[in-house]
Design a protein around this ligand. Structure first.
Ligand code: UN1
Length: 512
């Protein structure tokens, strides 16, 4: 089937109606959504007004006041049901992700699997929201810490993982006793409506089974930047978890800080890999190809910089260039294609601008050209680009959300490590080596300065069990696994006196 004959609007309508989304929520509105696969419109959504958003946040706060009283393991039961509903909807929602974002089929399904995985994690967590008991210096006293629900949690998500990012935040936030208010990317609101409908199904089952849940536990606000601003400025939102560009983080972070609200920022990455002399080059080739070309370079964990030791440069780089030349680019819905389209024309323009700037710095560009424009004039498919750079300069230090891999030569490990860390961003990183000293050094205190540092796998494709996030301009937030749940709760330190005297700490005397 050619791109020109695909009727995605009809398919989207069928999927949404199957999932229980009412047609009036995505027809006749003002926000036009296009599938990057064809560049054609697939929905027109009604947008929330600023006043409507503020009212919805008040309602979410009211929901929080009730939900925080439900015991955590019971809250976990709701997320268990959400996991079940997501399993049932996996094919449909995965397909919708592919259509709305342009991800290849296995990645669309993988994104839903990530949602299911975090639900499983959160169910277990609902019985493990532990605090410490702490030794006290006073006799007949006990000191402990308790973790309490925080409030209505704001979630701002990006187009590239339109539903998984919501689930990392929402599954944890809800078992932690919070409500959630979600502003999805205006490029991908249909998957948000679908996810909300799936959540409502889980909620209906929870209530039918005798569970107590308030209305407005999960809210979706469709709209643009003004709606995001309402979320960021509203005093009933104690935490906003925001995923997007560093520019977005710079706008959001200080506004939250000015009212002492928390932020969990998941911003730009400029992820690198070092290929050492002892690297297994077959494995390296596969790892680099997936990380750099997968999702058309539109993951925040995508591989963007490659440092190759000069002893293996001439072996690896031509093989890599060949893989770039032969990779299958086209409709992500067709089996066999590995690279789908860029999200829109703006992304394409930014990619071309970066390639231009790289050339000006002496970079040798292979690939990067537009393909399939004859079949779909409004869709932006590109051949992934390899750029051999004489130095780490110009656009190499920026995050360009497109499949551009800058390749550079190095001769000493310390030099590679220094170059690796010499960018403003700090999300993900990796080294391909069989030298134990190099591997251990890379993950040590003097190694990679990123939130994620891998050995013999690429920087992208993290599992949900680990904390996900990065340092420097990446924003410092951690979401998903490990103890990321703590940011969605407030900690109280409690001292209880079960004696009949009142000893003061630090030996202070105050006898009246
Ligand atoms: C993102 O691109 O915003 O590690 C998240 C990965 C995925 C998540 C990416 N699990 O690549």
């Amino acid at each position: 089937m050619t791109l020109a004959t695909l009727d995605l609007a009809a398919e989207v309508k069928a999927i949404l109606s199957d999932l229980g989304v009412k047609a009036e929520s995505y027809t006749g509105g003002t926000l036009a959504v296009r599938s990057p696969i064809t560049g054609l419109e697939i929905g027109k959504l009604r947008e929330e007004t600023a006043a409507g958003a503020a009212k919805a946040i008040d309602a979410a706060h009211a929901a929080f006041l009730e939900w925080r009283l439900v015991p955590a393991p019971k809250r976990g039961e709701l997320i268990r049901l959400l996991g079940e509903e997501l399993r049932a909807a996996k094919t449909a929602l995965g397909r919708l992700v592919s259509i709305e974002v342009g991800k290849v089929t296995s990645e669309g399904l993988g994104e839903v699997q990530e949602m299911i995985d975090i639900c499983d994690f959160a169910v277990g967590l609902s019985r493990q929201l532990y605090g410490l008991t702490i030794a006290t210096e006073r006799s007949e006293h006990r000191m402990m810490e308790t973790w309490h629900p925080l409030g209505a949690i704001g979630i701002i998500s990006a187009f590239n993982f339109p539903v998984a990012v919501w689930s990392w935040n929402a599954a944890l936030a809800i078992v932690c006793g919070n409500s959630t208010v979600w502003k999805p990317s205006e490029k991908t609101p249909l998957t948000a409506l679908a996810t909300q409908a799936i959540f409502e199904k889980a909620l209906a089952r929870f209530v039918a089974d005798g569970g107590k849940a308030p209305k407005n536990l999960s809210t979706v606000l469709i709209g643009g930047r003004d709606i995001g601003e309402v979320l960021v400025d509203h005093d009933k939102i104690p935490l906003v978890s925001a995923t997007g560009s560093t520019a977005m983080g710079r706008a959001v972070g200080p506004r939250l800080a000015s009212r002492f609200a928390r932020s969990l920022l998941e911003l730009g990455g400029n992820n690198a890999a070092i290929v050492a002399p002892t690297a297994d080059l077959d494995l390296t080739l596969r790892g680099v190809a997936f990380s750099a070309m997968g999702t058309a370079g539109q993951r925040c964990t995508s591989l963007r910089r490659l440092f190759v030791h000069d002893s293996v440069y001439e072996t690896l780089v031509p093989r890599l260039a060949k893989a770039y030349q032969s990779v299958t680019i086209g409709s992500p819905l067709e089996n066999g294609n590995l690279v789908g389209p860029l999200i829109d024309k703006a992304a394409y323009d930014k990619m071309q601008k970066a390639l231009e700037a790289a050339r000006a710095e002496g970079g040798k560009v292979t690939g990067g050209e537009r393909v399939h424009q004859d079949e779909a004039a409004d869709a932006y498919y590109v051949r992934p680009a390899i750029v051999e750079m004489p130095a780490q300069s110009g656009p190499v230090k920026d995050e360009t959300f497109a499949p551009i891999l800058y390749v550079m030569k190095y001769s000493s490990f310390d030099e590679a490590l220094a170059l690796h860390n010499d960018v403003p961003q700090g999300l993900s990183s990796s080294i391909f080596t069989n030298d134990m000293r190099e591997a251990e050094t890379f993950v040590s205190a003097r190694g990679s300065d990123c939130g994620i540092a891998n050995v013999n796998i690429g920087p992208s494709g993290a599992e949900i069990g680990g904390a996900f996030g990065g340092e420097k301009e990446t924003g410092g937030g951690r979401e998903s696994g490990s103890d990321a749940w703590r940011v969605y709760m407030r900690r109280a330190t409690n001292t209880l006196n079960y004696g009949r005297t009142l000893p003061l700490a630090q030996g202070v005397k105050f006898d009246i």
